[in-house]
Design a protein around this ligand. Sequence first.
Ligand code: SF4
Length: 335
Amino acid sequence: MPETRWWTVEDDSVRCLLCPHACLLSAGESGDCGARKAVPGALTVPGFGMITAEAPDPIEKKPLYHFHPGEMVWSVGFAGCNLHCPFCQNHNIARADPSIGRYSEAGEIVNHALLSGAGMLAYTYSEPTVHFEYLMECAEKASESGLKNVLVTNGNLNSKPAAELLAKMDAVNIDLKSWDSDYYKQVLGGNLATVRRFIEIALDHCWVELTTLIVPGDNDNEEEVGDMCNWIASLSKDIPLHLSAYHPSYLYRKAATPVSIMESMFRIAAERLKFVYIGNLGRENDTLCPECRTPVIEREYYRTKSHISGRGCPQCGTEIPGVFPVIPSRRTNQT
Ligand code: SF4
């Protein structure tokens, strides 16, 4: 079992310091995430290197719209999550036994990504950060092999491990699930202040996009969404925000988010931010130049066509924020 970090011994117990839950565990007990477990005098990750899902995806599926658009990313997932969202779309993985899956050394995952022809490796599907040590190992090997590292996360991670992990990443999509601290704590089992800090740290290290799943009656208050977007804009109006429509899943049976609510949320966000996208409604989500409204990246489902010239709009030259390398051989799913 590899050495783990971010814990301390308190009397006969071990306290995990990775995320704000700060679980105090007796030997044999697992933390709230289900992924980290105490043994006498130490903390372990029983599912270290156990991969529950592995597949090629378009980068747009993460979603990342301003990072290597049109390229493929090799995606891996693990059991465990340190939130308890009652509408989780990946609960089968998130709440699975951590020892399920197939063991893969970090180098094997990197080889799979290279063999697939993808230029990127994504840690995704459930909550990868609770597998901090394995991610660090994979990310280092991926970088050495010329792959980009991509993280898809709930951002519920303490600042010190967050800074270390994000320093290894090239891009991250972070869920910002609500602007209500009580909702974060009581319904999701998370900490809004921690997630906000995580986003700020990420901006110092890599390309950042945000996702908010709009759940009717939970987080569709117009004033709150406006305040959330004002805060994002105070960091940078260039941060892309993906507003995703909820569909019934896991413990939630209420009806899917109506189109009218998604349109209201979009309007509020687009008044404050330059790049807002609607997800889960089967809509086209072109990137428009914020100056002249020319479509600079066209999208139809996961097919992408970029018109970006150099770093900017082909019509007026306005710079489009993001990472848009010109490597034609990597652009595998363009129309
Ligand atoms: S990472 Fe897991 S064990 Fe550690 S504090 Fe968070 S929920 Fe608890």
